[in-house]
Design a protein around this ligand. Structure first.
Ligand SMILES: N[C@@H](CCC(=O)N[C@@H](CS)C(=O)NCC(=O)O)C(=O)O
Length: 248
């Protein structure tokens, strides 16, 4: 397999992934089930054509160093047809939501949808707990305890806010719904009974995952044994990988 770093070229204008007229952009991310999930779900929901490029962890340190596709030294980022790079998951999710035509045009409605998205961002600690930190570290166990001790408070809030509505802002999903879906989905991946006392939220998850285009995405995304870092929860407990050295 040729190296992604080499395909990026010396001036970073030669990149892996062609953006043609039928492709909105290239989405760059790492092999994680984390911050790119809501973005991908939004794009599938809206039928937006894009190219998904996963940077192998073995190549990430060198690509991070060069900053050509990661201006803040982190991913996700997208590369537009003209070559411009946009980073930060929130900015990308909003852009994706606009292309998918699910970002409200009314400023107040947009603020309401953003409010839900930002709340999901506050719960993003679930991402390194699931994908990143090795389970035997104190970082994992301390953050795991704090996150799941506080989770019921957040689930109460979300359940009350959603109430009888199909989606957080009404009858159709916005970007925030997909972001909340990702957080709740990751919670039940780690603790299958964590939503048992919140039928409103379980129904919400089912409603989102039963959207045909979203279901296609969820059924075809990389399986647990292909994502996560060595020793992470998703590798060890879901993917059943006993040991994998990313640095080989
Ligand atoms: N504020 C950024 C955070 C991005 C972030 O934390 N990215 C992580 C993966 S989820 C990353 O690139 N980690 C690799 C690294 O920091 O070297 C965003 O929302 O996009």
């Amino acid at each position: 397999m040729s190296s992604i770093l080499h395909s990026l070229g010396p001036d970073a204008t030669n990149h892996l992934g062609e953006v043609n007229n039928s492709t909105a952009f290239v989405l760059y991310y790492l092999p994680l089930r984390a911050r790119a999930e809501p973005i991908r779900m939004i794009l599938h929901y809206g039928g937006v054509n894009y190219q998904d490029v996963t940077i192998p962890m073995t190549e990430w340190p060198a690509i991070k160093e060069r900053r050509c596709i990661a201006p803040f030294s982190q991913l996700p980022s997208i590369r537009l047809p003209g070559g411009e790079i946009i980073a930060q998951s929130g900015a990308i999710a909003r852009y994706a939501a606009k292309l998918a035509k699910i970002y409200p045009s009314d400023p107040l409605a947009a603020a309401r949808a953003d409010m839900i998205f930002e709340y999901a961002q506050e719960l993003n600690m679930i991402n390194p707990l699931l994908n990143f930190w090795p389970m035997e570290t104190d970082t994992w166990s301390n953050n795991n305890r704090t996150f799941f001790d506080n989770l019921p408070r957040h689930l109460d809030t979300l359940s009350t806010m959603l109430a009888e509505k199909p989606f957080f802002c009404g009858n159709t999903p916005n970007h925030g719904d997909f972001a909340i879906f990702h957080v709740l989905d990751a919670c039940i991946t780690m603790k299958p009974h964590s939503l048992d006392e919140y039928p409103v939220l379980i129904n919400f998850l089912e409603r989102i995952q039963n959207i045909p285009s979203v279901r296609v995405y969820l059924e075809n995304r990389p399986p647990a044994h292909e994502v996560g870092l060595c020793g992470s929860y998703i590798q060890r407990e879901i993917g059943r990988i006993k040991h994998q050295d990313w640095h080989k």
